[in-house]
Ligand binder design. Structure first.
Ligand SMILES: [Zn+2]
Length: 469
């Protein structure tokens, strides 16, 4: 068995690892969009570091675009095999990939329209279209958690619950050659313990090799409060005291469901003030249906809540907005309210309108509820800039800008350490740290080594390792 790190090596996005079995059968674990590259490349220029036609199988750990976003291109460039994932991952990927294709087309049209005549042909084209997403979706087949599945002679795979997002899986690949078995486990993205809706990650057992994410390998989450307490604090400060507007940028898949469920809990406890709440994201509406369709994957608290109240995401005063009406728009700009909208990093999407409408209002708060990459509008807001350009216009910042990591869907340093420690048996030969920037990966390696855990590697892009038992 051999592993090649084709993406998310010393960086967070673009997850893509290739496992080659002894008979040459090639498995790709994830095929995600590399955000660092996407900015500069058009669909014509994008290339894979292998021939897509040589890949026999893709295993998709979860639906996030940095893990799934290059699948349509892989298929368009000649991949003929199947894509294995859990059922919720299939549903959420469908929503996310179609949304991604739409956004790319919209951005292309806007840039094309703005570009001077002689530069129009240089405008980067979308990496893929809706048609390519449809073809890719037809290749997806589902596998439940904890069911071993033989993919070729002497090799079986198993999906294990990873937390993080509904349907997110860790992947174990086990190959037996001449009665010698090698087991490699990929964490995919891990979740946190005691998440609002989904269960804790389940560590993989009896591994020879482990490929672990270490997004926050050098960082502890700062918020020690429960999500309910934390959100209520912001509601009291902005809604109760100031009668202002609380604007929460949030990813439509995962983050929005956690926030709405926490608001729903506050409502049923009688703690939520009488205020209108808008969830302004068509993608969030579709994704919430997927969450509602899979009660079997909820944790104990969410199951108990569902049994008692009949719905995880519905309560009076909450309005899901698919198509924005004039009336909604008027209400959102005229009265005290809470608005949850995408995108989480405030780059594009309807949230930009809400930020724009409220940024000069000293009674408003913009509460950033997730990671914001450098250069994004969310990042610029958090860095304290007093003058912000949105869609080509400058705005003075008078609103309150704040953040919380209470809804983070990735484990922090201690949580990753504890996960890896649980997998660490005398059988484990090597641990590969990926899906993190270099400082985070190095700090996790140091933490593990100080605890006596050896064989930790930080692979470079396109590094290959022979995995021997
Ligand atoms: Zn993820």
């Amino acid at each position: 068995m051999k592993i090649t790190f084709c993406g998310a090596a010393k960086q967070v996005t673009g997850s893509m690892h290739m496992v080659t079995l002894h008979n040459g059968y090639k498995i790709l674990i994830d095929c995600g969009l590399n955000y660092e590259l996407k900015r500069d490349l058009s669909g014509d220029e994008f290339t894979f570091p292998f021939n897509p036609g040589d890949i026999d199988l893709v295993i998709l750990t979860h639906a996030h675009i940095d893990h799934s976003g290059n699948i349509p291109t892989l298929v368009a460039r000649g991949f003929k095999g199947q894509i294995i994932c859990t059922e919720p991952t299939l549903e959420l990927s469908k929503h996310l990939l179609f949304d991604s294709a739409n956004i790319q087309m919209m951005e292309y049209k806007q840039r094309y329209h703005r570009a001077p005549k002689h530069r129009k042909s240089n405008v980067p084209k979308p990496i893929y279209s809706e048609r390519e997403v449809s073809v890719a979706m037809d290749k997806m087949v589902t596998l439940p958690f904890n069911r071993k599945f033989q993919i070729t002679d002497g090799c079986e795979i198993e999906l294990i619950e990873a937390g993080h997002l509904l349907g997110a899986a860790s992947v174990v690949i086990q190959e037996t050659v001449n009665q010698i078995t090698t087991r490699i486990g990929f964490t995919g993205d891990l979740g946190r313990e005691h998440a609002e809706l989904i269960r804790n990650p389940v560590p993989m057992e009896n591994l020879d090799y482990l490929v672990s994410e270490a997004t926050y390998g050098g960082r502890m989450h700062t918020s020690s409060k429960l999500a309910e307490e934390e959100l209520l604090k912001h509601i009291e400060e902005t809604i109760v005291k100031l009668r202002g507007r609380l604007i929460i940028p949030a990813f439509s898949v995962g983050r929005t469901q956690s926030i709405v469920h926490v608001l729903c809990r506050l409502y049923h406890k009688g703690l939520l003030p009488d205020v209108k709440i808008y969830v302004d994201s068509p993608l969030a509406i579709k994704s919430t249906h997927t969450y509602s369709n899979h009660p079997e994957l909820l944790n104990k608290d969410a199951t108990a809540f569902l049994n008692e109240h009949g719905d995880l995401f519905d309560f009076p005063n909450l309005k899901w907005i698919d198509y924005l009406t004039d009336q909604d728009e008027k209400a959102q700009t005229g009265e005290s309210c809470i608005i949850v909208s995408a995108a989480g990093m405030v780059e594009g999407g309807r949230i930009q309108e809400h930020v724009k409408n409220n940024i000069q209002n000293p009674f408003s708060t913009i509460l950033i509820a997730g990671f914001c990459a450098e250069g994004t509008l969310g990042y610029r807001l958090l860095s304290g800039q007093k003058n912000i350009a949105i869609k080509g216009r400058n705005y003075q910042v008078y609103s309150n800008i704040t953040k919380t990591d209470v809804f983070s869907s990735h484990p922090d340093k201690m949580e990753i350490f504890n996960y890896i420690k649980t997998c660490y048996t005398p059988r484990l030969k090597q641990i590969f740290l990926v899906h993190g920037d270099e400082p985070n990966l190095v700090q996790m390696k140091d933490t593990l080594e100080k605890a006596g855990i050896t064989g930790v590697e930080i692979p470079e892009q396109l590094d290959s390792y022979n995995l021997i038992s």
